[in-house]
Every structure is written in C-alpha cells, then in structure tokens.
Design a protein around this ligand. Sequence first.
Ligand SMILES: [Zn+2]
Ligand SMILES: [Zn+2]
Ligand SMILES: [Zn+2]
Length: 264
Amino acid sequence: MTYEGGCLCGAVRFEADGPLRAVLPCHCTQCRKVSGHFWAATSVPHDRFRLTRDDGLRWYRSSSTARRGFCGRCGATLFWQPEGEARLSISPGAFDGDLGLAGDPPIFTEDRGDYYNVDGPPPPPDPAPPARLSGTCLCGACAFTLRGPTGPVTACHCDQCRRLSGHFAASFDAPEDTLDWLRRDALTEYETPGGAQRGFCRDCGSSLYFRAADGSFSVEAGIIDGKTGGRLAEHIFVAGRGSYYELTDGLPAYAGSGTLGTQA
Ligand SMILES: [Zn+2]
Ligand SMILES: [Zn+2]
Ligand SMILES: [Zn+2]
C-alpha cells in the first residue's frame, strides 16, 4: 500500500510505502513549538519513502542529532530526521486521508504544556497564573511578549490545522495589538485558501499565530515559553480527527466551530 501526503500549499509532496509505524506522540518543547500544541509522528525507512515535490521543503538543524523538515511557504510541520538513521519520521496530519494506524504511548510527557494533561481532564485553574507571557520560536528569530494568562485554549482538528501542525492545533484568542514583538526577522505569513493568515518562522518552522479572515487573532499555545496560565477548554472540527488518537479529557467536542470563536 502506498500512502500519499504533503503540506497545505502543495509545495512539498511525498509518497510512502506501507506498512507505516504506529503514531508516536511527543510532548517535548521542540515538538510543541513547531506544531503549536504537541507533535506526533509515524515513521518509514528511507527506501520506502519518496519526495515527489520538494520546492517548498526546508530543514532546520534542531540539535546535533536531528533535523526538522517543514514547508517554507505554508509552514507545515512535516518531518523529523534523526542523523545516521535510515528512516524518517512523518506527520500523520500531512497524509491525504486517514491512515488507520494505531497510536503508541506518548514520550517526553514531563515537558507537556500546563494547559492540558496527556490523559484525562486538564489541570485545575492555576492558583498563580503568569501576568506576562513570552513566545519564542525554536531558532530564536521570532519572539514576542503578551499579557497573561491566556484565556481558554481551543484545540482544532480541522483538515487545515492538521496539515499545518502535523497532528492537531491548539490556540487561544488575543487581540493582535497586545503582542509586543521583540524580534520577527524570519516571520512569514501564509495566506490560507479561506483568506486567513498563518504566521510561522521561515528559519525553523515554528508555528506562531493565525489571523482569521475577519481579523480575529489567535496565538498557538505551544509557542508560549513556560506556563500559559490557561486551560484547554474545547475541541472543534472533531470530524477531521485522526483515528490514531482519542479525546480523553471530557471537554466539549464540536463537529463545527464551537462556542469560543477561534481559528478554522
Ligand atoms: Zn506548503
Ligand atoms: Zn525560528
Ligand atoms: Zn482548524
């Protein structure tokens, strides 16, 4: 069985011959910054993987032992390449259609964001929420501060958020003029087919924000350094959810856009 996939804008396309590995969720800080929430990946040996279009593909050396691949045009989080290994990790959200894969137990769960738990409901309200938040991309070329704590955090499982984040997205609403940019040398915006703009770092692929077509603005929860002080509150567009994960937090889950009003 050959599976096809690619980024949201189509500037990166690939094929992978099965069987694909079960999907491994990772809550480490790097995966959280690039995906905007937390990442997950399947994996395939190099000899069963082919790039069929790569003009958008960019790589960021995220450590001495690995590189991360993303689309430099739309910012989609796509690949993780461990040095010296003849296999590639691939975002399940980048594939066309559902993969029908199993999910493996998560790793680096101690690095998860404060706004969710790996299993079960989110933690109780933060007794000492931060008054100021900072967001920094993986390479440091994009950084901002913002009044804290965050409001409610919304997880979005729509096709577009899954393509871009690689797994699914989580964000909180904030007026755009309350962000104080410290650096945005590598900030890039991609205009989605629906007329929204997605902000990301073109040097490292970190997910930064969405600006909806009506101007409403939401910040990716995974880009915040340390505590957000907020809590995950709902899941939206759950019809687009991948079959390799379950929602175990008991939060409201909407087929459509939910009640809080955020990205889509
Ligand atoms: Zn793209
Ligand atoms: Zn960066
Ligand atoms: Zn979405």
